[in-house]
Write a protein that binds this ligand. Sequence first.
Ligand code: LMR
Length: 396
Amino acid sequence: MPFSTLTPQPNDPLLALIKSYAADPREEKIDLGVGVFRDERGATPIMAAVKQAEEQLLTTQDSKSYLGPEGDKGFVTAIAEHLFGEIQTHRAIDGLQTPGGTGALRLAGELLVRSGVKRIIVASPTWANHLAIFQEVGLSVITTPCFDLKTQSFDLKGFSETLNAAEAGDAVLLHGCCQNPLGIDPTKQDWRVIADIIASRQLLPLIDIAYQGLGDGWEKDNLGARTILSAVPYGLLAYSCDKNFGLYRERTGALYVSAPDAESLHCTLSNLLHLARTNWSMPPDHGAAVVRLILTNAALHTVWREELETMRQRILSLRHELAHLGTIGSLNLAPIAHGKGMFATLPLTPSQVTWLREHYAIYMAHTGRINIAGFGEGDIQRFGSALHALMKQNIA
Ligand code: LMR
């Protein structure tokens, strides 16, 4: 029997939450699950700049013919200009369009394996799919706990020790900004320290950026990536436009290579193009064409930047509102004010998360991760009451 050796695989717990939330008839339900931006009404609207770019595309696009495995090069270059800025003067950087940030991570993983890299170091917790992707391509994933959930802080000392113990040639995954699932980013000084160790240990950084513009802002969220890539001869960067352009289902992303010279860049990129060709042949076009139009048209760019900043400000004010809940039992929510991006993780057990869902219709990842943008009008007060009730339950 074909496939008789296969065993059924569980649904992805985060994606399964979308369905259970939709099926819940309770009106007061709150969705803090999957990471999509929501406005105060709970909607994930199409951004006005995206709508305008789509209208332009509809009237000006004159062909649906193939573009090639590199996808829309105008898109790739437009993102690169904003992302890398002046470091492009001393590093050879180029990339290819991928189906979402996930496609970029998968391709990066395959390139690492093809290059003989055996291990990737990942500060945990991280986005669950990071681990799954790297294991799937055959890398050994070395996870190292680097965060204190109680104080919501990054353990630079612990991470430095792990990096210092790594072998030359090991890859290291870094969240460029807005760490998922914690929202805890290294400081400017931390980035410097990490960059120096990565350079001196001859490690290979793979930077994941999926939330640019939702942390400290569109420009400032480049800082980590630029610090790291300036310090090392080679680096990879996976980029997603899901959140900052609201293009989730359009699967719009890119993978960049930073190399010491044009020749090494060309060789690495040719391998990536070959891998892309054998995976998906060519990436879907629509989202990338939209982003290209937005980034290369001054009027659209202005509209989009304002929308992005409004999203960021909404998340910031929700962070402050949450932090204002203060200490509830063993939970201290105050440090959430200083986090970055859409997520924070509360030190809750899976049973406590289940209790909140069953008794208060509050949906969050079983790890205690919350999507802060999921709070609507009045929800934070109800969330606070739910946490007070939970802390009285003695649920382990
Ligand atoms: C998330 O972490 O919620 C998002 O990145 C969506 C996903 O694909 O998991």
